[in-house]
Every structure is written in structure tokens, then in C-alpha cells.
Design a protein around this ligand. Structure first.
Ligand code: GLN
Length: 454
């Protein structure tokens, strides 16, 4: 009831929830109370959560914040959300996001932008909570849920977490089932939580992960007890600091935060090692070829026939396709479909798509080599703190917006776990995050390091 009250008060200004499910929440909570009274219950019994509107929820509208899915009510539940309900969690509602998870500011949502609960010192300007999981991050930061699900294709868990002073982890590719998650770029998409603390991140991730026969890329491997890594000694662990992440033009405050993180880990007994990830500079262009290529293919299913928006007053099949898609998709999604279609087309496929796949391999190999010398990698999570909504430079030039993902896309390309932990405030009083990148399947060490930085 406290969370429902908080949502009713704060959501009109923040726009974090696009749909609330309070009746369902009350029923689930009552069932949890009954279980807890008998001394029973799962790991998340009674925990009120927000769900990114990209997870299909049976009987609850799921739009991926796109006009084309405006009226889509799934008949089935995503595996990740089912896992949460099986552990006793309670659903407060569906959270705002960039349309089809394409964006870094939550401004491409059909349902309008989300407002970051944080404000710069001395300014009343509204800030972005980041994207694409802007609703998830804002809801957790503003106490409109205890924790939230999110998804990360190129940074959409970690960047919003960094912008809102929350914790966000993207696990190894395959840890969470993608079944029932609206697809953006299937080889990069991963589910993960946004939470208040690193310990909560461990608990949520534990509940979300599972092997699932309904997703052929889901891993059939034992899932460690993530919570057991929280607060463990980091003595002797080797922390890699990649030379190539020292970018020109990054604010001094970000560099200072990074140095601070290094100093904290050194004090805690970790060893700091310089490493090199030489192909880093190709990561953004590589991501912005592969992600749109896969998106253009995934989004071909929205044809006005099977689900979602269908244009009215059209008589031919081609016109139905064309008009339904023209009306249903927003500008950024159309841009991605055009880029993706272009790089996959005959004549350009080898020059762009195949080249990007080769670069992706090089980026993954960089990490494999670097991890011979270190156990985790520490970097800034974002190149800046939260920026203003309606930022003109970023609105006019999509590449400016894409630059936000400079520190995060590499882990998606390599399939590795990455976490953003709040590590300090900038001179304007805004939160900044540090990123911890781990070896494949080593979320445990990532959580361990993050619990020291927290
Ligand atoms: N900002 C990136 C993009 O727009 C990442 C999005 C994501 O991780 N879903 O593609």
C-alpha cells in the first residue's frame, strides 16, 4: 500500500509507470502474507517490483512503449517475470522505456519521456533518467518499487542506473531467458535488474536467471549463489584498468571518480593492473551496425496483420504493411530499421555487416586476452552525469546520443557481465557510476567488487 500511494503521488510528474496493476499487486501481496504467516515463501515473497514494459506479462498490456504494440495484451508470461512470481514477487505495474529499447534518454517512448528524480544543484531543469530502462531506474530511485526488471542491449541497464544513483547488472549472455522479452537485437539483449543496493542486485538476479528450453541461447549451467559474494574480501583480486577507456574530452570529474574507485579497491587489498583492449575504438560503430541489423529483422514481424496497430481504410496487403508500420513506429525505430536494412542488403552486406561481425570477434578476443592478467575490469559507466531532457545537440545529431554508450556496448558485443554501481556525485550533486566488467559467467566476482565500491 505504501508503494501504491507513492506511485499515485509521484508518477504523474515522473512518468515512470506506463501501466499500473494495483489489483493484481494487492492479490499477490495477500497471497504472500498468507504464505509468510505459515513460515513459507520464496526469496522475493511479498517484494513489490516494477516490470519494464518489454517483458510480456499475461493479461497485462505490453507495448515496448511503441505505437505499433499500443493495444497488445500477451496471452503468455516471459520466463524472467514468471521466475519472479514463482519466488513470491508482487507486480506494481509496467515501466516506461525507449521505444523497443532503442535510445539512451527514454525520450523515444510513445508514452512520453521519464523525468529523473534527481536535480542539478541550483537548477530546476528536468534531467533524463537515461535509457532505455529509464522508467525502471527512475522508479527504483524514487522509491516507486523495491526493485525493477530492465534489459540491456548496449547499456540500457547500466547507463540509467548510473544516471539515477542505483545499481544495475547485465549478466553474461544466456544467463537469463529471453523468452517473452520483446526482441531488439537478439545476440546482444540480456535481462537484468535495477536495484537500490548491490545485495539486492544479487538477490534479484538469482531469481531472474534460469535455463529455459524456450530460448535456445539460454545456458544450461549451474547458477552460483550470488549473495554469497557480497562483502567478501577482495584481497589479491586483480583489477584491470584499460588504457583505451581514457578518452579525450571526458569530464575531469569522471576521471577523478575512476581514480577514486581504483584507490578504494587498492585500499581493500586488490591489485591494480594496466591492461589493453585495443579494438575498443571500433566498438560503437560495430554495435550501431549489428544492433540495427538484428532489429530490422526482428521488427519485420510487425506487419499490421498478426498483432498491434493496423492502419485503417487500406485495401491492399502492401499498403497495409506500409501504412501500419509508418504509423506505428517512431522516428528512432524507423532510423534503425533503415540502417539495419541497408547494412544487410546485397552489395553492402560484406562491407558493413560481415565486417562488423569480424570486429566483434576482435573485441571479444581483446577481453579474453586481458582477462589472463586480471579478474575484473573497472571503468566509468558513462561519459557524463545525467543530461537535460530535450538536449538540443543530442536531439539534432543521433550520433551524439549514441556516444553515451561508449563504455557499455563492448560487454554486450563480447557477451560479458557488466554492472554499474553508484560511486559518487559530480559538482552539481548528480550521481555517477563505475562499471565493473567480469569474465563470462563470473557475475559473482563482479558483485563482490561492486559491494566494496558501494
Ligand atoms: N542506447 C543503446 C541503443 O540505443 C542501448 C540500448 C539498450 O541497451 N537497449 O541502442
Amino acid at each position: 500500500n505504501a508503494f501504491i500511494g507513492a506511485i499515485e503521488t509521484a508518477n504523474p510528474a515522473l512518468n515512470a509507470y506506463v501501466e499500473t496493476t494495483f489489483d493484481k499487486a494487492r492479490a499477490q501481496a495477500a497471497a504472500s502474507d498468507a504464505k509468510l504467516a505459515k513460515g513459507e515463501g520464496g526469496a522475493l515473497e511479498g517484494a513489490p517490483l516494477g516490470i519494464k514494459d518489454l517483458y510480456c506479462t499475461a493479461g497485462v498490456r505490453t507495448t515496448a512503449c511503441s505505437g505499433i504494440l499500443e493495444n497488445f495484451v500477451p496471452t503468455y508470461e516471459s520466463t524472467v517475470t514468471q521466475n519472479l512470481w514463482d519466488q513470491g514477487a508482487v507486480m506494481l505495474g509496467k515501466l516506461n522505456m525507449d521505444e523497443f529499447a532503442m535510445g539512451s534518454s527514454n525520450e523515444t517512448s510513445k508514452w512520453g519521456n521519464v523525468v529523473n528524480p534527481w536535480k542539478s544543484r541550483g537548477s530546476n531543469a528536468e534531467l533524463t533518467p537515461g535509457g532505455s530502462s529509464g522508467g525502471s531506474a527512475a522508479a527504483v530511485a524514487a522509491d516507486l518499487c523495491l526493485a525493477a526488471t530492465a534489459s540491456d542491449t548496449g547499456g540500457s541497464i547500466r547507463q540509467p542506473a548510473a544516471f539515477t544513483g542505483t545499481v544495475g547488472i547485465k549478466p553474461t549472455y544466456g544467463r537469463c531467458s529471453r523468452y517473452g522479452m520483446v526482441a531488439f537485437a537478439s545476440s546482444l539483449d540480456q535481462a537484468g535488474p535495477i536495484t537500490k543496493t548491490v545485495e539486492d542486485a544479487a538477490i534479484m538476479l538469482q531469481a531472474m536467471c534460469s535455463h529455459d528450453v524456450k530460448d535456445s541461447t539460454s545456458l544450461d549451467l549451474a547458477i552460483p549463489d550470488f549473495s554469497s559474494f557480497i562483502g567478501k574480501s577482495v584481497k589479491g583480486l586483480r583489477i584491470g584498468i584499460p588504457d583505451e577507456y581514457r578518452l579525450d574530452g571526458i569530464p575531469a570529474e569522471i576521471d577523478a571518480l575512476w581514480e577514486q574507485g581504483i584507490a578504494w579497491l587498492k585500499d581493500a587489498g586488490a591489485e591494480i593492473v594496466r591492461i589493453s583492449l585495443p579494438h575498443t575504438k571500433y566498438a560503437l560503430p560495430c554495435y550501431y551496425i549489428i544492433a540495427p541489423a538484428e532489429a530490422s529483422s526482428n521488427l519485420a514481424r510487425y506487419d499490421g496483420m498478426r498483432f498491434g496497430h493496423r492502419a485503417e481504410g487500406v485495401t491492399s496487403l502492401t499498403d497495409t504493411y506500409e501504412l501500419s508500420r509508418s504509423e506505428g513506429f517512431g522516428k528512432e525505430v524507423k532510423r534503425r530499421i533503415m540502417i539495419g536494412t541497408y547494412v544487410l542488403s546485397a552489395g553492402f552486406y560484406d562491407a558493413y555487416y560481415v565486417k562488423a561481425l569480424k570486429v566483434r570477434r576482435r573485441i571479444a578476443e581483446d577481453f579474453t586476452k586481458a582477462f589472463q592478467a586480471c579478474d575484473v575490469i573497472l571503468t566509468p559507466a558513462t561519459p557524463s552525469a545525467a543530461f537535460e531532457l530535450g538536449d538540443q545537440a543530442k536531439a539534432a545529431d543521433p550520433v551524439q546520443m549514441y556516444l553515451n554508450d561508449v563504455f557499455t556496448v563492448t560487454t554486450n558485443l563480447a557477451g560479458l557481465p557488466g554492472l554499474s554501481v553508484p560511486a559518487g556525485l559530480d559538482s552539481q550533486g548528480l550521481p555517477l557510476g563505475l562499471q565493473v566488467i567480469g569474465k563470462a559467467l563470473d557475475e559473482g566476482t563482479v558483485l563482490n567488487i561492486a559491494s566494496v565500491l558501494e
